[in-house]
Design a protein around this ligand. Structure first.
Ligand SMILES: CC(=O)N[C@H]1[C@@H](OP(=O)(O)OP(=O)(O)OC[C@H]2O[C@@H](n3ccc(=O)[nH]c3=O)[C@H](O)[C@@H]2O)O[C@H](CO)[C@@H](O)[C@@H]1O[C@H](C)C(=O)N[C@@H](C)C(=O)N[C@H](CCC(=O)O)C(=O)O
Ligand SMILES: Nc1ncnc2c1ncn2[C@@H]1O[C@H](COP(=O)(O)OP(=O)(O)OP(=O)(O)O)[C@@H](O)[C@H]1O
Length: 491
């Protein structure tokens, strides 16, 4: 594409060179070899892409997009903008023919629940014969093929490429899990969203946002980018704040909830470990809903999907069948072993709120003990300490016995993680043991378990690796459980 077209509808200064040339690719990593590319210099957290422009040029870049002054050889075009992350999103959209103009994009944000909402909604939309793609934590799904991705919300260059692939393969909808990182770092800027969904906000990612107010404001940005409807959880205090904030918005707000007054709500809820049924109330009708996931959080998440489907004109029959068709979601309350009353469940609960809610789902159905295996992923800051304390407290108060282990410690200090988490359990009078090796921790849980117990492996969910230091090792909780159960004998 011509460089001048790539820069369409943007404000910029042409510092040197010409816009009259063809660009083959947009890149933001200088190590990528690509002739005739446009290199975008990002001022990162660890290094400055402006210092890498020379390497990018050696690797084939013929133009660079900057937000600071740099010196490069005369033949190279230099374009200066105010913010290269924001400009990168616009350039990526232009380069891919602005694909969000051609596809109905629904963005889902909030600390927890995004992944299950995308599953519920995709199933509903498929049932209504709408081809639907997904971009989220479990990867990108185009034409029902899973493309693994590193981040929940990819960088704009990749995101716009995925949207274009969906647009040219006649997808009607794209469901995007929109992380707070992606909003703050402009990964979804210049994407047209028809609908936004807000689930909830509880402490997480404070290494980036520092305060809950900043975290909330990052999430709230999505609801200024929507054109059709904003769907908000009325049960969440930050949801209430958002509803208030959107009072004068031109975009329609629809609310959902179980406890607070809302446009879409549930009554007559019947829970079992296998699933949940309830009566759905919409502004127009009532209907019976059955889902194969247990507990209040999935009632809430399904209500969000229902409200989004409704606001896009989907009939109730497709909603009912679509929801009933979701039998399980990778690593979300997934039973990986079951025999009689004994169950081993893998769940992605990795925040205090999610852990508390997930153990609470189990409580009424477990005759014996709830044995919890968990670790805490958080940085070394005060916010990280609060997370370790919070998850330790929940373990003490809600589980019968905890095995404290490692999540993905990455380069964080393991001694501090273990000490602060176990201190919190002790202070809250919980019973626990510390086993740092997660595989051994799981094996121990199985060894001590009895016939009526339930083991909850929390925090890693769908993940198939564990990151310790700079090393990423293969790690499958399902396989570990299955192997350990082969030799298990109940007393
Ligand atoms: C904290 C964070 O979000 N970091 C993002 C940030 O990294 P950074 O600022 O450290 O990058 P950097 O290493 O300083 O490099 C700056 C620039 O120089 C470039 N570079 C770097 C090295 C080099 O040799 N040459 C070069 O050109 C890099 O490509 C980059 O453009 O900018 C990078 C490029 O845009 C992102 O890939 C990176 O995401 C990393 C992979 C990441 O792990 N992010 C996580 C925390 C994240 O985004 N998570 C959210 C939330 C998930 C959830 O909800 O749980 C997600 O959406 O996944
Ligand atoms: N509505 C909810 N409220 C609180 N916790 C929830 C809710 N929905 C799911 N959870 C918990 O959060 C965990 C993660 O859920 P899910 O993967 O849907 O969230 P997410 O928003 O996609 O998170 P991430 O971006 O970290 O993947 C679940 O395994 C469950 O323990």
């Amino acid at each position: 594409m011509r460089l001048s077209n790539i820069l369409k509808d943007m404000e910029y200064d042409l510092v040197q060179g010409t816009l009259d040339q063809d660009i083959s690719e947009i890149i933001f990593d200088s190590r990528i070899k690509q002739t005739n590319s446009l290199f975008i210099c990002i001022s990162g957290f660890t290094l400055d892409g402006h210092d890498k422009a020379e390497e990018a040029i050696q690797n084939g870049a013929v133009a660079v997009l900057v937000e600071k002054d740099i010196h490069v050889p005369n033949g190279v075009t230099v374009i200066k903008v105010e913010n290269t992350r924001n400009a990168m999103a616009k350039v990526a959209s232009n380069f891919n023919d602005n694909p969000s103009d051609d596809i109905n994009v629904i963005g889902i944000t909030g600390t927890n629940g995004k992944t299950s909402i995308t599953h519920f909604l995709k199933s509903i939309l498929n049932e209504a014969n709408h081809k639907t793609g997904v971009i989220g934590t479990l990867g990108t799904v185009i034409d029902d093929e899973l493309i693994p991705t590193n981040n929940t919300t990819p960088e704009s260059v990749d995101l716009q490429k995925f949207l274009k692939d969906m647009a040219i393969t006649d997808h009607d909808y794209c469901l995007i899990e929109v992380s707070s990182h992606s909003l703050q770092l402009k990964r979804v800027a210049h994407t047209k969203f028809s609908t936004g969904i807000f689930t909830n906000l509880s402490p997480d990612h404070l290494e980036l946002h520092k305060t809950m107010d900043e975290y909330f404001e990052a999430k709230a940005q999505l609801f200024t980018m929507t054109e059709k409807a904003n769907i908000i959880n009325a049960d969440d205090i930050y949801g209430q704040r958002l509803i208030e904030q959107l009072r004068d918005s031109n975009v329609k707000t629809l609310t959902y909830g179980i406890h607070e007054k809302a446009d879409f709500y549930a009554s007559d809820i019947e829970y079992s470990l296998e699933g949940t049924s309830y009566t759905l109330h919409t502004p127009f009708e009532t209907a019976k809903i059955n889902i194969h996931l247990p507990g209040e959080i999935y009632v809430s998440n399904s209500l969000a999907a229902i409200a989004a489907a409704y606001s896009n004109g989907i009939a109730i029959e497709a909603i009912q069948t679509g929801l009933a068709n979701v039998s399980n979601i990778d690593g979300r309350f997934e039973t990986v072993y079951s025999s009689g009353n004994f169950n081993v469940i893998v769940d992605f609960a990795h925040t205090e709120d999610a852990l508390q809610k997930t153990i609470s789902i189990l409580k009424p159905f477990v005759k014996g003990n709830i044995i919890l295996v968990f670790g805490v992923y958080a940085d070394m800051s005060e916010n990280g300490r609060d997370k370790r304390y919070g998850m330790g407290r929940v373990a003490a108060e809600y589980a019968d016995f905890s095995i404290v282990t490692l999540d993905n410690p990455k380069n964080h200090d393991i001694e501090t993680i273990m000490k602060e988490t176990t201190d919190a359990i002790e202070r809250n009078k919980g019973k626990f043991i510390e086993i740092r090796d997660r595989e051994k921790a799981i094996q121990y849980a199985i060894e001590i378990s009895e016939q009526d117990d339930c083991i909850l492996l929390a925090g890693k969910g769908h993940e198939t690796t564990q990151v310790i230091g700079d090393e990423e090792i293969y790690f499958s909780e399902k396989e570990i459980v299955q192997k350990a159960m082969e030799t298990k004998v109940f007393q």
